[in-house]
Design a protein around this ligand. Structure first.
Ligand SMILES: Nc1ncnc2c1ncn2[C@@H]1O[C@H](COP(=O)(O)OP(=O)(O)OP(=O)(O)O)[C@@H](O)[C@H]1O
Length: 350
């Protein structure tokens, strides 16, 4: 069985000239769990992961795997499997041969190629050229690559990006399986909704800094709740709240007051002889909390009542798109290739 090792970031900072990409970042990631590493585009996720993998030198601080920096790991390829960006595969080479090339270069037993292709559900397409693969199949091949050395630690940068619903469902189950085997699984994403169902914990960063760490269920406790209040005489209610120095905005369900205390609002109404038609505390949903924490969201006006579950998808945050090419084209559909039209025949290995 692979050995899951903890990942530890300790006061890591990285500046590129005037740009602070990572700012005094500290957190740890435990084995046996899937940890989502979240933040909007440009938040510093990729830079952090590159520091962890020894591809970028931190300006200060340390990032370690099992207490050891990547470059000092005795056997890095069998300790950590990493997929940092949509892997570019030679289109004319078959899936099997791609992995053989990497396995040979890394001194990994060639028999692992068949094992990992099977693991990611690509055995049937092992002899097909990658040029004919859909985005989803390429993502699976990238995952197969990370598993070649049977590592206990997996670091995956945006592995769900661009997948169709079936691919997303598959990868969620797969990440859980890997963590269930005791591996440490760190998965970055700029969309909470993308990883929400597959992570045990989240680390959220914005502008290079940690803004939330912990169980997903605690996310919305970090964002102040508000009170929704309404009256048949809304204008007078607004005047009364204003007179008490409370901040609020108009919503469909009533006035949305920045206050955690419905009793206080009720008291104000009573003192002003106002009839109330609604008075309840509303907590932000997970996605709203996420957007608020990373500085890109206002609490939206719900039609629902307080304990309403998270609502439908909120459009992707478009914050500080700090890197060109961050926006991906619309995802390809991810059907299995039709053997009749696939660009190469079974067994056409090169
Ligand atoms: N090599 C570099 N040179 C200069 N600036 C860089 C470099 N790499 C990253 N940055 C900047 O550092 C900040 C963080 O970028 P990073 O790619 O780490 O963010 P990210 O959270 O991974 O975003 P994305 O989801 O868009 O990849 C951005 O402002 C980016 O422009």
């Amino acid at each position: 069985m692979p050995t899951g090792l903890p990942i530890e970031f300790s006061a890591v900072s990285k500046t590129f000239g005037p740009v602070t990409a990572v700012d005094d970042l500290s957190f740890s990631v435990e084995p046996g769990r899937v940890t989502g590493f979240l933040g909007p585009n440009g938040a510093g996720k990729t830079t952090s992961l590159r520091i962890l993998l020894g591809l970028v030198t931190a300006s200060s601080g340390t990032a370690t795997i099992g207490g050891t920096p990547y470059h000092r790991l005795p056997s890095p390829l069998t300790t950590v499997g990493a997929a940092l960006e949509a892997a570019s595969f030679h289109p004319g080479r078959t899936a099997r041969n791609h992995l053989r090339v990497y396995a040979t270069a890394a001194g990994i037993d060639i028999a692992r190629v068949g094992v990992v292709l099977d693991r990611v559900g690509l055995s049937e397409y092992a002899g097909r050229r990658v040029g004919g693969f859909s985005l989803g199949m390429r993502q699976r091949l990238g995952l197969a690559y990370t598993l070649l050395g049977d590592p206990g630690v997996l670091v995956l940068d945006e592995p769900i990006n661009g997948l169709d619903p079936e691919g997303i469902k598959w990868i969620r189950g797969f990440l859980r399986e890997l963590a269930g085997e005791g591996r440490t699984v760190l998965v970055s994403s700029h969309l909470l909704s993308e990883v929400q169902q597959s992570v045990d914990e989240v680390v959220i960063i914005a502008k290079g800094r940690l803004v939330h760490r912990g169980d997903l269920s605690t996310l919305d406790t970090d964002v102040a709740p508000r009170v929704v209040v309404d009256s048949p005489d809304r204008a007078r209610l607004a005047d009364a709240l204003r007179a008490e120095g409370l901040e609020f905005s108009d919503g469909r369900t009533g006035l949305l007051v920045s206050s955690p205390d419905p009793a206080r609002i009720g008291h104000i109404a009573f003192m002003n002889s106002l009839e109330l038609s609604a008075l309840f505390r509303q907590r932000a949903g997970l996605e709203e909390s996420f957007l608020t924490l990373v500085g890109g969201g206002e609490l939206a006006d719900h039609d629902e009542h307080p304990a309403a579950p998270d609502h439908a998808e909120i459009p992707e945050p478009t914050l500080d798109a700090g890197r060109t090419g961050a926006a991906e084209p619309a995802p390809d559909p991810d059907p299995a290739p039709d053997p009749a039209t696939a660009p190469d025949a079974e067994g056409d290995d090169r």
